[in-house]
Design a protein around this ligand. Sequence first.
Ligand code: FAD
Length: 400
Amino acid sequence: MNSKPKIVILGAGYGGLMTASQLTKELGYNEADITLVNKHEYHYQTTWLHEPAAGTMHHDRARMPIDYILDLKKVNFVQDSVVEIKREDKKVILENGEVDYDYLVVALGSEAETFGVPGVHEHAFSKWTVNGVREVKEHIEYQFAQYHNREEGRDELLTFVVAGAGFTGIEFVGELTERVPELCKEFDIPREKVKMYVIEAAPTALPGFDPELVEYAMDLLESRGVEFKIDCPIKEVIEDGVILNNGEEIKSETVVWATGVRGNSVIEKSGFEAMRGRIKVESDLRAPGHDDIFIVGDCALIINEEINRPYPPTAQIALQQAGTCASNIKALVKGGELKAFTPDIKGTVASLGGKEAIGVVGKKKLFGTSASMMKKVIDNRSLYLLGGMSLVVKKGKKPF
Ligand code: FAD
C-alpha cells in the first residue's frame, strides 16, 4: 500500500504552478505524491492576456508547456477539467475521471463578474483565457474586414466598448489604441471612423490608483481616441451594444467585459461558503473548517486590515500565497508550525500600450517609458519566479 500522502493541486496558473514547483523543492520524492490537474497542457500568463486580445502579441508567447516549468518526473500532471470537489470523500471529480487527495490546493483562478447585468455571457467577450482572447482578436479583425462590405450598421462594426476601467479594461484598451492605426491602414479605413469607449460604474477610472496616475492614464488614452464614461453603470448588454443606466444606448458589435472577477464556479458548485465565489481563508490559507484544503490565488479572499477591505486578486498575491501554502503543506507532512500568510505588496504597474504605463513601485510613482520598462521587468520577474532563468530566456520580454 502506498503510504505517501497525496497532494493534489487544481489549476496550473500562478498560484497552482508555483505551489507545485515549491513543493517539489520542499518535499523529497519519497515523502509525497504530487498531482497537478489543469484544463490545458500549458500554463498561460493571465497578466499578459490583454496583449493577444488586442493582437499586439501572438497568443503563443503568453503560454508555455507545463514542463518548461515543472519537472514532470516529480509531479504527476493530469490534463482534465475539474467539475466538483467532494469534500466529505476527499475526492475531486474531473470531466474524465476522479482523483483522491490527502491535501488539496485549489488554485482555479477566476471568472468574469457580471454584477447581475443581463446579456454579458450572451453578448460580451468576458473570458480572459488564451482561447477567450484569441476569439476577441479574431473578432476585432473581422469587424475591420467587414466594414467596406456591409451596407447597414457599419458604424457599430468600428465601435469598441470596454466595460470596466479597472486594471484589465485599461490595459486592454491601451493595447487596442496601439493596434487600431495598424488595422485602419490594413483595411483602408480612416482612423476617425473608429470609436473606443471605456465605461465605468465607479466614480473614477482605475479605482485604488493614485489620482495623478489616473489622470495621466486617462489623458494619454483620450489623446489616442478613447472616450471615457465614468460613474456610468451599464444596465444591459444587448446583441448590438450596451444600454446605460442613464438610458443612453451605444451601438457596438464588440463589447469586452472587464469589470472584475469572481472565484471559479467550481467553488460554489462544491458547496464552499464563498463571497463572489471566493473563500475567506484562514490566516494559514486553509478553507475554514477544512484542515486538508488550501485555497490560493483568485479563489482566496483575504482582507487588508488597514482598510478593512479585500485585497484585489492579483498574480503578485497568488505567487506569494503559493510559497506559504507549500511551506504549510510541508509542515503538515513532515511536522512543524504552520505560517500565517501576509502579503508583501511591492507595487502595481498598469501598461497603457506601446511604451507607456503608470504605476507605483515601493513609494515611487512611475509614468511613461520608465513605468513601461518596469512593467516588463515585473513580467520577467514572474517568469523567473515560476521557471528560473531558462524560462526568462525562452519567454521573457525585452525591457526596451
Ligand atoms: P490563474 O493564473 O488564472 O490560473 C488558473 C488556472 O486554472 C488556469 O491555468 C486555468 O486554465 C485553470 N482552470 C480554470 N478552471 C479549471 C477547471 N475547471 N479545471 C482545470 N483547470 C482549470 N495581476 C497582477 O498581479 N499584475 C498585473 O499586472 C495583472 N494584470 C492582469 C491583466 C489581465 C488582462 C488580467 C485578466 C489579469 C491581470 N492580473 C494581474 C490578475 C492576475 O492575472 C490574476 O490575479 C492571477 O492570474 C491569479 O492567479 P491564479 O493562480 O489564481 O489563477
